[in-house]
Design a protein around this ligand. Sequence first.
Ligand code: UD1
Ligand code: MG
Length: 378
Amino acid sequence: MNDTSVIILAAGLGTRMKSARPKVLFELCGEPMIIHVLKQAYAVSNDVSVVLYYEKEKIESVIKDIFPQTKIYAQDLANFPGTAGALKNVELSGKKIIVTCGDMPLVKATDLMRLAANDADIALSVFEAADPYGYGRVIINNGKVEAIVEQKDATETQKMIKSANAGCYCFKSEVLREILPLIGNENSQKEFYLTDAIKIANERGLKCWAVSVEEQNFMGINDKFQLSIAENLMQYEIKKNLMKSGVLMRLPNSVYIDSRAKFEGECELQENVSIIGECLIKNSVIKSGSVVESSVIEDSDVGPLARLRPKCEIKNTHIGNFVELKAARLNGVKAGHLSYLGDCEIGCGTNVGCGTITCNYDGKAKHKTIIGKNVFIG
Ligand code: UD1
Ligand code: MG
């Protein structure tokens, strides 16, 4: 969507995580929360901004590593706190502007696109909550969205409303430009609420439409328990998609797969396998209890109970139990039991016998071990 830009709000303090680490840098399935949000944002638009405050430099450097084109803004939190305050310094470009949150890592690009795919002046994401406590309540009269009232400002009657503001919006740019300066902070938290845009838009006869969304996708992460729930949901999604595309999994609930891992051809993962980091696995079987990290495995079988540490490349190879590999390139090799093979290259037809280790660290430097073709290590 070339005419649509995305703004991600991530200036909140995240105190409920009870951690010095900024909330949006906590990882789910191997990648920081903010990176998941950015991936979905960039699937919608190439104009993406993030609003930061707390630990801005740290978060900015994580973002720029992967998405250098991202525009970063700092919120003036002292003078303009709140979700509308966050937008104060942001350059509002494009025809439409989607606003989403840095702590909602399960929101999908398709969810955001649905918010933009209508003629509303403001489209807001709404779900019917079983327990709406904590959410802004959406006041709808005769199908017309009239206002959002925050939990802390709601009357007892308004608290009974189950329609909850999920927290993402799509604005026509000119509407946001016009309304933003009109939002005040006369509320219990003395914050500038973006949700007040709805009431103001209504007073001006503009169209505010509710787009109903799935509550689960819009869950916000506030504490480490919610983080674990979201990570589980993301794992479920990753594994479901992989199984549908042909990966066989034994007891998938016990398997962990990084969101960056890729599989090709026919692969099998047995129970208790962990695939960590950017792995590529082609036509291979990873047996029970094995851990594979940032490695490439092709036409091979690994485990049970084997460990591949980062930067291994193995092809046409058999790795058995209690074998540890690190930065190892093996092609056409058999290493059936109890070995450590690190910083090495081993050639085709070589058999690595039980108890073999590459002893190539002299206490100061790590050297490389090269073992040629058709070697028999007994
Ligand atoms: C907000 C909505 C509420 C909605 C809920 C959905 C407002 C006023 N309320 O409430 O209606 O039901 O989300 O989850 O918008 N942020 C900033 N700067 C700030 C404050 C917040 O960037 O000054 C960011 C936060 O980092 C977060 C997002 O905005 O990513 C939402 O803020 P949060 O404090 O979680 O708002 P809620 O109180 O949950
Ligand atoms: Mg929140």
